[in-house]
Design a binder for this molecule. Structure first.
Ligand code: SAM
Length: 219
């Protein structure tokens, strides 16, 4: 189920009701999810599920589900299974024919897209690019012909390198939108193009969480 990407009020009534009645909450970071539960005065057992322990933990979680227990899957922010380890559990549960129920809500992808001003009728979510420049440029080439808006997740510190690679592969004209710290105190949306992106990056704090949107190929 989806949980806030910043603002604690961004959670559905159905998500709160469900968190109160499930047997166990599967989350990425128990400290983070405990903060959310404390805010809503919900007291339920938690188990961590992350990139390090996901393979080891999956069989016992699937066994609980098969025995009729109810589990809620949440991530640190937004919608689980989108660029986070929840996907692994979902895929394994599907393989075993276990019933899954989505409880939709916030995700950084759509929050950023709808304020970007870039076309929303068609978009490609790419998520995190590789940490290695060579591999990253190959990835960028793979979506260079895409007509829809391209959506990337990125960490603040890597943005200057990403900006350089995007410019090198896609050229100077594409529009770029940086959506920073959405729904939080220092929320900021910066709109520029690839040519001016390095300058823009000098003007905004390279802190917090970013979604990067790049306009599609319109030529
Ligand atoms: N599952 C999450 C979702 O539905 O959005 C995303 C998980 S992914 C590990 C985390 C990335 O999402 C961050 O690095 C950032 O790119 C983006 N993100 C999460 N919260 C954000 C926010 N409040 N503002 C901007 N980007 C955010």
């Amino acid at each position: 189920m989806s949980t806030p990407i910043g603002n604690m009020a961004d959670i559905t009534l159905r998500a709160l009701e469900t968190l109160k009645v499930v047997d166990l909450i599967v989350c990425e970071d128990t400290r983070r999810t405990r903060g959310l539960l404390a805010h809503y005065d919900i007291h339920k057992p938690l188990i961590s599920y992350n990139d390090v322990n996901k393979e080891a933990r999956t069989p016992s979680l699937l066994a609980k589900l098969s025995n009729g227990e109810s589990l809620a899957l949440v991530c640190d922010a937004g919608t689980p299974a989108i660029s986070d380890p929840g996907f692994y559990l979902v895929r394994e549960a599907v393989k075993q024919g276990i019933n899954l129920v989505p409880i939709p809500g916030p995700s950084a992808i759509l929050a950023a897209l709808v304020v970007s001003g870039l076309p929303t009728d068609r978009f490609l979510f790419v998520g995190f690019l590789s940490k290695k420049s060579g591999r990253r440029k190959t990835q960028i080439r793979s979506f260079a012909e895409e007509r829809g808006t391209i959506i990337l997740y990125e960490t603040a510190l890597r943005l200057p390198k990403i900006a350089r690679d995007l410019l090198e592969v896609l050229g100077p004209d594409r529009r770029v939108v940086l959506a920073r710290e959405l729904t939080k105190r220092f929320e900021q949306v910066a709109r520029t193009d690839l040519e001016n992106l390095p300058e823009t990056l000098k003007e905004i704090p390279l802190k917090g969480e970013f979604v990067v949107l790049v306009s599609g190929n319109t030529k």
